[in-house]
Design a protein around this ligand. Structure first.
Ligand code: 13P
Ligand code: SF4
Length: 340
């Protein structure tokens, strides 16, 4: 029933409406999307879209990023604005500002903030104001290198796993990295400890990717000799080290697409994507490392999408106030330019 409502409204709006979906969305949503992708691919598409109405099926920071870079005549909507990202909530803007200011003032060093796209707009704004930028899992290596070249050190936030995995790829020595102690609203932070460090790391993580265990990889490798294991870089470094490859959701899709027929591929990421790949490639054996759903991504349902589309003209759209939107856009555009 909802599917028919959505199709009819899409036909009515034609090119004035674009529905975007992240790869972790359920099939019932993905089948209605005009564009699907990883965070970087979707962010790149926004200013190329001609549609007046952009409906973003994903978590809130994704719709908010779209609202930051949208054109003046466009409106961005999300079917359920309460679909947050737990990791993004681990770095509230006020605390990021307090910690960064304390480090800058007490150390006298030029520290460049680099925010993972999984952050609120206000955090991206802090980065924009301090010469920093944004990265996604698809370009973290390139953007961390960019940030390191611009200062004496980098504050990477909020995902400690992505920070450590990217540091491993760039060969940043372990004694040059520090996971910050930001307990008690930053009061416990000892700036002296940061002085000789290149990479200061916010202690955030994604519970969906933190769950995976080395024993699961070992057991599945025993059960399926010759199987390949690929994971998302939000997984802990020991999981990435035990895998055959890691990368963004689009990397994982490409890996499966290019794998030989008959191969077994074990994937460590959100289960909606793994299940979809298993259905799409019945001639390959695609298995989840273990079942791990993102409950926030799952808040976007076909019913909510249909209800939003039925009331699009009067629905609330994503609006970011200019004092946040303008510096946040600076941070996002730096990334889009570096990774054009
Ligand atoms: P991608 O940018 O790889 O799509 O990942 C976004 C995300 O939230 C992963 O948990
Ligand atoms: Fe956030 Fe993790 Fe869900 Fe991605 S999978 S949206 S990082 S909670």
């Amino acid at each position: 029933m909802y599917s028919k409502i959505i199709s009819d409204i899409k036909a009515k709006y034609g090119s004035k409406l674009a529905i975007l979906g992240h790869h972790y969305q359920a099939d019932e949503i993905i089948r209605h999307t005009d564009l699907k992708g990883d965070s970087l691919e979707l962010a790149r598409q926004i200013d190329k879209l001609e549609a007046e109405y952009i409906v973003f099926c994903g978590v809130h920071f994704m719709a908010e990023s779209a609202a930051i870079v949208r054109k003046a005549n466009q409106k961005v909507y999300i079917p359920d604005p309460s679909a947050g990202c737990v990791m993004a909530n681990m770095a509230p803007a006020e605390l990021v500002d307090t910690v960064l200011t304390k480090i800058l003032e007490e150390s006298g060093r030029k520290i460049i903030p680099l925010a993972y796209v999984n952050t609120p707009a206000a955090v991206k704004a802090v980065c924009g104001k301090h010469g920093g930028s944004v990265c996604t899992s698809a370009n973290a290596e390139k953007m961390l290198k960019w940030a390191l070249e611009r200062g004496d050190g980098v504050l990477f936030l909020p995902d400690k796993n992505l920070a450590l995995n990217t540091a491993d790829k760039l060969g940043i020595p372990e004694n040059k990295r520090l996971i910050l102690n930001i307990r008690k609203k930053g009061e416990k932070l000892n700036v002296e400890e940061t002085l000789d460090k290149q990479l200061l790391i916010w202690p955030g993580l994604c519970a969906i990717h933190q769950k995976f265990k080395i024993s699961q990889i070992e057991n599945l490798r025993k059960k399926y000799p010759g199987a390949k294991v690929v994971v998302h870089p939000e997984c802990p470094p020991e999981i990435v080290a035990a895998a055959d490859g890691d990368g963004s959701t689009s990397y994982l899709i490409k890996y499966v697409t290019e794998a030989p027929v008959g191969s077994t591929i074990i994937i460590g990421t959100e289960t909606n994507l793994v299940n979809r790949l298993a259905k799409q490639f019945p001639d390959k054996n695609i298995l989840p490392l273990s079942v791990s759903f993102c409950s926030n991504m799952a808040k976007i349902t076909e019913q909510k999408l249909a209800e939003l589309l039925q009331n699009l003209e009067s629905a609330e759209f994503e609006d970011v106030s200019d004092n946040i939107r303008i510096p946040a856009k600076v941070a996002l555009e730096r990334m889009l330019k570096v990774c054009a």
